[in-house]
Design a protein around this ligand. Structure first.
Ligand code: GDP
Length: 527
């Protein structure tokens, strides 16, 4: 990319609830200087306009967009941190956010190791070989031994691990963190020892430097030497190519709460994390160096206020220099859309508030014309691919309490499908719509929004199916025959693509084996 703008680091944090994602996010924002006092309006001119537009939208329409993308600058780079919702349950939203990042930070609780949600999110990252930096959090508390944590990451995620620093003790015995790459000891703040917050960073010549002996207790130092020696024999040396390829994860021990290791993590993102990557697309991948502006919508957020139908589409810019007012073509429809009020999340720098570069996220207010997966481009011949729909794990039949509200129900389900909250299937037989979700929480959201926003009272009933697969075949006759033979389980999704609904994964396997001409896919790429 041209050298007229700082490079981007667009990333997300993946973790299990309570591991410390929120705390780490806050500390990264503070370290990057992005947290301002509430109500502070420093910017002038265009930037002030941009910012106040955006605040007005938030206030009037109740759309909370600020936390979805957080932008800050550090080490001459622009960081875009994309929030992945921190619920116990997922929505496809969470998955799709991960298609808009170039790298991820995986936060693990030192006392718990890899937890179920960490694993699920990791698997999504692996699908696209997203490079991962690991942050083992809460070393200020009792945790599992570092070796056990490292081996768990290596074994369960099948990744090479490379410790970049090492805790001198944990919990009650915690005395600091030793930087293995750029030898130094990070010590608690002496002035406020009771709080144990990170204070001094003491550069040393190595583990035999007498300065260490002066700062650490003899037991802690001996233990640190022993462990780090063993670690250097056990684990692969850091290899930036292997990291960027998604084969190796550098591991940082730290404490988000006590601010140990946060700065190191940020520096690692700056030094090692990849900038904007080429995006899979038809007819050819979109390179960040391409001159034409191209991006894709990875998330649509509706209004919290039922009186409005506005929504914000979040577009990840993949190539070109975006400027306010630009007209972009919506892939599929061929319609040109003027992006006259883009929300750029670069509120700090007024020069940049009018433009955006590959890796940046642009919020586009609209009334439902933009959908998740849409390509927006100055070109008319490009379609970003690789934004999957995921096979639902729960299917429910939607039954109206008041049957005269069919139209409203359909509109509501379409809206929510567009936001990626649910999927809607229209069965071949019968008039009831089927909704599919990946997690239970999505069903709760569905019911409460139906009532509050759309004034539709509906019940979710058990359906004979629990999962669904998109079906396709190179042989249209075979596909037709399959659909005819399985009419009771045949449906279409809201794009009209054929779907086979199944009782469970076992049935999917059984049917798949018996129909080799048909492809059953658990993800459907939006084209
Ligand atoms: P999230 O659910 O992943 O966003 O986790 P939070 O950031 O909300 O943290 C969950 C809990 O862990 C909160 O009570 C935090 O104060 C606490 N916590 C986060 N980081 C640390 C840490 O480094 N040390 C300790 N002792 N507690 C932490």
């Amino acid at each position: 990319m041209s050298s007229t703008h700082p490079d981007r680091r667009t990333f997300a944090i993946i973790s299990h609830p309570d591991a410390g994602k929120t705390t780490l996010t806050e500390k990264l924002l503070v370290a990057g200087g992005a947290i301002h006092m509430a109500g502070e309006v420093k910017a002038r001119g265009a930037a002030r306009r941009a910012r106040s537009d955006w605040m007005k939208i938030e206030q009037q329409r109740g759309i909370s967009v600020t936390s979805s993308v957080m932008t800050f600058e550090h080490a001459g780079l622009v960081f875009n941190l994309l929030d992945t919702p921190g619920h116990e349950d997922f929505s496809e939203d969470t998955y799709r956010t991960l298609t808009a990042v170039d790298s991820a930070v995986m936060v693990i609780d030192a006392a718990k190791g890899i937890e179920p949600q960490t694993l699920k999110l990791f698997e999504v990252c692996r699908l696209r070989s997203v490079p991962i930096l690991t942050f083992v959090n809460k070393v200020d508390r009792e945790g599992l031994p570092p070796f056990e944590l490292l081996d768990e990451v290596a074994d369960r995620l099948a990744l090479d691990v490379c410790p970049m620093n090492w805790p001198a003790g944990m919990g009650g015995t915690f005395e600091g963190i030793y930087d293995l790459v750029d030898p130094a000891l990070m010590l608690p703040d002496k002035a406020d020892a009771s709080r144990m917050y990170a204070g001094e960073r003491l550069p040393v010549a190595g583990l035999d430097d007498p300065a260490l002996a002066a700062k650490l207790s003899p037991g802690a130092l001996a233990h640190l030497k022993e462990e780090t020696e063993l670690a250097s024999a056990c684990y692969a040396p850091f290899d930036v190519a292997a990291y960027r390829n998604g084969d190796l994860t550098p591991v940082y021990f730290g404490s988000a709460l006590k601010e140990f290791g946060v700065e190191d993590l940020l520096n690692a993102l700056a030094a090692h994390a990849p900038g904007p990557q080429p995006q899979p697309a038809e007819p050819a991948p979109v390179d960040p160096d391409d001159a034409a502006v191209t991006g894709f919508v990875f998330k649509v957020q509706a209004n919290m206020n039922p009186a409005h139908r506005d929504r914000i589409a979040f577009m990840r810019l993949c190539s070109g220099k975006f400027e306010r007012g630009m007209r972009l073509t919506q892939g599929g429809t061929g319609k040109a859309i003027a992006i006259s009020r883009p929300m750029l999340f670069l509120a700090q720098d007024r020069d940049m508030a009018e433009e955006a570069w590959p890796g940046d996220i642009i919020g586009i207010p609209n009334h439902g014309t933009l959908r998740v997966g849409d390509t927006l481009s100055e070109r008319s011949d490009v379609t970003i691919t690789g934004l999957p729909n995921f096979a639902p794990e729960i299917l429910r039949r939607v039954a109206l309490v008041d049957p005269t509200k069919t139209k409203q129900l359909r509109k509501a389900l379409d809206d929510m499908a567009e936001e990626g909250i649910i999927q809607v299937f229209y069965p071949e037989i019968g008039a009831n719509m089927i909704v599919g979700v990946v997690g239970q929480l999505q069903l709760d959201v569905l019911i409460s929004r139906l009532e509050a926003e759309y004034k539709v009272e509906a019940k979710l009933e058990a359906s004979p199916w629990d999962t669904a697969r998109w079906i396709a075949s190179d042989d249209p006759v075979a596909l037709k025959a399959f659909q005819a033979d399985h009419r009771g389980a045949a449906a279409t999704d809201r794009d009209g693509a054929p779907v086979f609904m199944a009782k469970d994964a076992w049935e999917v396997g059984y049917v798949t084996q018996r129909h080799p001409a048909i492809r059953f896919t658990a993800t459907k790429e939006r084209r």
